[in-house]
Design a protein around this ligand. Structure first.
Ligand code: PLP
Length: 594
């Protein structure tokens, strides 16, 4: 290329003219053709802009070259290298401290709402809603009934038992009759209840923290873990812990993987990929452990997580892939094999959330409801959470988190070697924990045995299938996805589903409302099976839906309106504020005043 042309292109020949004059001139030219009427003028503008840009570059190049005239090239190269090296070192030094996951960042709207004036306006708007909420929550309490100070003298045991009964009588929900979705998983089995009481009595003073003193409960814990590992096809290297519940199990797994990823891959900005339908316990884990949580969309038809989308969302900071078997909202089993294959391909651990399905999934095949691959027999599955306080029918307070290898479990433990109180290690969140909870779980598992769980699974699934088929036959309702387990979710294209829920509530049914998409679900347990509620449930539902179809213009109840509207707030922090206030009301010992 002709060197004078290159010089001209980069504006060399014109740098003698003061630059600003030149740009001024160019801008004037631009202004003259500001309203182009044909393609030629547009092209002229393009040329002008391009030329101005090239001239600026030329000028800068000229200046820099002039400044650096006579500097040794080696010096230049070294300086550049050192400059970029120090940038990199600074980034390494500071990124861990400056990493703020998106769930910890305040949105622009939230910042705006924190301005005092906006805050007072929204507080005044919120007041009547909160008043309603408070009235609703405290309607069971008689005025002046809160005891606000510890009694000076101890009370007599008989009186206390009477008091306890009067407190329990405050609740009107008839859960023993099988009208509540999920919630209580142990059947009304007097013999088992007596057994658990007896075991509780014998073990209530034990504490796992002191494994040397309470060898018996320690042995029970190790045995429960091995039994459940066997159910999930764990091999000899598979291991686990007992936690206080599903949420803790999930948080422990996330903690283990966060620390594993840091130790082995140096990841300081960890991300977890969970299905949009995953349990809120993963949000809680992300919240507590400072993880970036990214929600993978579901297939709109099957409501299973879309593994193609999951693959696209994997980055080098991804420390965990999650699938549920089944998920809480719609009771749908995610494609665990597909997720595990991604885990193998990208060398990322995979957690299967079997909290709900813990004592259903391993028995589906024997109960005659099909074979699913979801456990450690699937290559790539590295951990599983399984609640014993759900379908294992043990009293509340136990769940398992299991790993395919000790290399993960070790990152779950917290060891304090230098504590003045002695060397100290705990496997889970708790320090002291009651051995009684574990002993009662151990007793319940032995009481039912494998056979008992297969039978329970068959009873519950039989009812679940009847309800799924029954809902499909009700005109106006639509079952969400094709649920294979114990949760059946449904919605309607014609009527307001939250109004259906509200009317079912008036008949004593406690179902669970869902959002994104709207719906309600019923989670069936042994209590529903033993009460044979299916027929009544379907009849009540059909009657309500038929009535609503005949009165399409009727206004929905306030409860239904609240559920429907809460979803439409684009500023989700308002919903969070409402929830905080809800918690304050739950803890309040003040009477409700109108
Ligand atoms: C219940 C549940 C959990 C959480 O368990 P908790 O025992 O309530 O803490 C997690 N995942 C799923 C799918 C669940 O249904």
């Amino acid at each position: 290329m002709d060197s004078s042309l290159v010089n001209d292109m980069f504006g060399y020949s014109s740098v003698e003219r003061p630059l600003w004059d030149e740009i001024q001139q160019e801008l004037d030219d631009l202004r003259n053709v500001y309203w182009p009427t044909d393609g030629k003028e547009l092209a002229d503008i393009g040329m002008l802009v391009g030329e101005t840009f090239l001239r600026c570059v030329g000028l800068i190049r000229h200046r820099i070259n002039k400044e650096l005239e006579g500097v040794e090239p080696l010096c230049l190269v070294t300086a550049c290298f050192l400059f970029f090296l120090s940038l990199w070192v600074l980034k390494r030094l500071f990124t861990y401290n400056s990493f703020v996951p998106s769930n910890k960042r305040l949105s622009l709207l939230e910042r705006f709402r924190r301005l005092p004036i906006i805050r007072s306006i929204s507080a005044s708007k919120m007041r009547p809603v909160l008043k309603d909420l408070e009235r609703d929550l405290k309607k069971d309490y008689a005025p002046g009934s809160f005891k606000k100070v510890l009694p000076e003298e101890g009370h007599k045991a008989v009186n206390i038992v009477e008091e306890v009964q009067s407190y329990l009588d405050l609740s009107k929900a008839d859960w023993k009759a099988g009208r509540v979705s999920g919630c209580i998983y142990s059947p009304n089995d007097i013999e088992c209840e007596k057994l658990v009481l007896d075991v509780f009595h014998k073990t209530m003073k034990s504490n796992h923290l002191h494994a040397d003193i309470f060898s018996g409960v320690r042995k029970m814990e190790a045995e429960i873990i091995r039994w459940v590992l066997n159910l999930y096809h764990g091999d000899a290297d598979a291991c686990g812990s007992i936690s206080s519940g599903g949420t803790e199990s999930i948080m422990l797994a996330c903690k283990a993987y966060r620390d594993f990823a840091f130790a082995t891959r140096g990841i300081t900005e960890p991300e977890i990929l969970v299905p949009h339908s995953a349990h809120a316990a993963f949000d809680k884990a992300a919240d507590w452990l400072r993880l970036e949580i990214r929600k993978v969309p579901l297939d709109p038809k099957t409501l299973m997580v879309d593994t193609r989308k999951m693959r696209k969302m994997i980055t080098r900071n991804t420390i965990l892939l999650v699938g549920s078997a089944p998920g809480y909202p719609h009771g749908i089993i995610d494609p665990i094999e597909g997720i595990a294959a991604l885990g193998c391909r990208y060398n990322i651990p995979v957690h299967v959330d079997c909290c709900l399905g813990g004592f259903i999934m391993p028995f589906l095949e024997d109960a005659g409801f099909g074979k699913f691959n979801f456990d450690f027999s699937v290559k790539g599955v590295t951990s599983i959470s399984c609640d014993t306080h759900k379908y294992a029918m043990a009293p509340k307070g136990t769940s398992l988190v299991m790993y395919s290898s000790k290399k993960y479990l070790h990152h779950q433990f917290s060891a304090a070697g230098d504590w003045p109180g002695g060397v100290y290690i705990t496997p889970t969140v708790a320090g002291s924990r009651s051995g009684a909870v574990v002993a009662c779980c151990w007793a319940t598992l032995r009481y039912y045995g494998r056979g008992g769980y297969v039978e329970a699974c068959r009873d519950i699934l039989t009812e679940a299938r009847k309800i799924k088929d029954g809902i499909k036959e009700i005109k106006g309702l639509r079952v969400l996805g094709d649920p294979q387990a114990t949760v059946i979710a449904f919605d309607s294209d014609i009527i307001n589903i939250f109004e259906v829920n509200s009317r079912m509530g008036k008949l004593g049914w406690h179902l669970n409302p869902l959002q994104f998409p709207s719906g309600i679900h019923i989670c069936l347990t042994k209590i529903h099976a033993e009460n044979k509620v299916t027929e009544t449930f379907l009849t009540d539902l059909r009657t309500i839906v038929e009535k609503m179809l005949q009165e399409p213009d009727k206004k929905v109840s306030s409860q239904a309106a609240v559920y429907g509207q809460a979803q439409t707030f684009s500023d989700r922090s308002i919903v969070k504020d409402l929830l905080l206030n809800y918690m304050d009301i739950i803890y309040s010992t003040e009477d409700y005043v109108d």
